[in-house]
Design a protein around this ligand. Sequence first.
Ligand SMILES: NC(=O)c1ccc[n+]([C@@H]2O[C@H](COP(=O)([O-])OP(=O)(O)OC[C@H]3O[C@@H](n4cnc5c(N)ncnc54)[C@H](O)[C@@H]3O)[C@@H](O)[C@H]2O)c1
Length: 432
Amino acid sequence: MIGTSYLGATHAICMAHLGYDVIGVDVDAEKVAKLTAGVVPFFEPGLTELLEATLATGRLRFTTSYDEAADADVHFVCVGTPQRRGENAADLSYIESAMASLAPLLTRPTVVIGKSTVPVGTAERMLAFLHEHAPVGNQVEMVWNPEFLREGWAIEDTLHPDRLVFGVTSSTGEKAMREIFASMISTGVPVVVTDLATAQLVKVAANAFLATKISFINAMAEVCEVTHADVKKLSEALSYDGRIGGRFLHAGLGFGGGCLPKDIRAFMARAGELGVDQALSFLSEVDAINQRRRARMVDLARECVDDSFKRRKVGVLGAAFKPNSDDIRDSPALDVATRIHKAGAQVTVYDPAAMVNARRDYPALTYAASAEEAIDGADVVLHLTEWQEFRELDPVALADRVRQRHIVDGRNALDAERWRAAGWHYRALGRP
Ligand SMILES: NC(=O)c1ccc[n+]([C@@H]2O[C@H](COP(=O)([O-])OP(=O)(O)OC[C@H]3O[C@@H](n4cnc5c(N)ncnc54)[C@H](O)[C@@H]3O)[C@@H](O)[C@H]2O)c1
């Protein structure tokens, strides 16, 4: 398993749990040391327990040395494909470097399985590279096996996926995949076998669709804001339409994280290279709607403090890009917190899991040890990541801790009536 972060470590641990001998290879020595010691270097419910259990079986180990993985029957590639700085396109340098390290080790027929999310055409290019540079030449098989796991539900999604997609170039690749995933396939998990291009596209198309659905309802929220309509009721009414469905139809602060934003941008960039940029031009609007929600959140907060953040205290609930994760990559919560900080407020942030990451990357913000501490003396409280812990906050008990009882619910997840009944001035995106 090459690359052992959110995707690769989860997959390594789950494959060892299924009975395979797994070696995780990562260039980050600190990460490898932690995993070897039974410490998951990120927050993922249940993963520490599963790591400890699988390490104890002796079937799982981690290393920084590619040589130690030389005798593997198959190689999964799970390295990062972040957005290039200042561009929409994906940075493929990690995957290129992983393939370059792997190639000399391929001395017998092997299957290389790409799991990273890549621009369509990358797999074909990597396969040509391996054929050229591996000692075994064109006996390297390549499969693209896009991953749909969600942080926060990573174990469940890995062990019980809703579908498996195998992008193959031959029956050998398909046979290998069916063997590797036999235990899941036997439980009825649907398998879609495709060519390499389609498999790479499945992942970015899925993310483009999800992002579009979120931005659709957030566009409706913008209209609701000027018509005094209620987007929460609107989405509820839409959700009963079986053709539409209610999932990913919650209006709020929008999407962030290490996948959706960079994947739709990389998809647009790739479409441009392929001469079909018009086909995906709607994604730039999807991205723009998403960004506008962050600006609107800042405006709502500003309205609560008489149009100026100067010398105001703002309590922020949430830093992770979503609940049950410590991932702060392109986090809407920290984006909003930073904008308000830059506008002159003292911003105090609390998150149940992402404090270490947030402190490291956003040192200018102030951090608190609890939700209560974050809102102490606040002029306005912002609910920006929908952790269960925040839903359970008691507005009555909190009322006396703040300077002004203003709460802006960026996730439309708090019980508005309860907060209002406790004397709070409750505002939310897309609602009167
Ligand atoms: N995080 C998710 O929920 C998720 C879900 C589905 C797909 N994906 C995709 O999976 C890929 C990985 O995602 P992530 O969130 O785990 O990324 P990440 O950036 O958190 O981790 C990448 C890991 O790869 C390691 N690495 C980089 N170069 C390497 C090399 N040459 N050799 C070995 N290791 C190397 C890094 O040290 C790091 O540990 C991305 O393409 C992402 O889009 C992620």
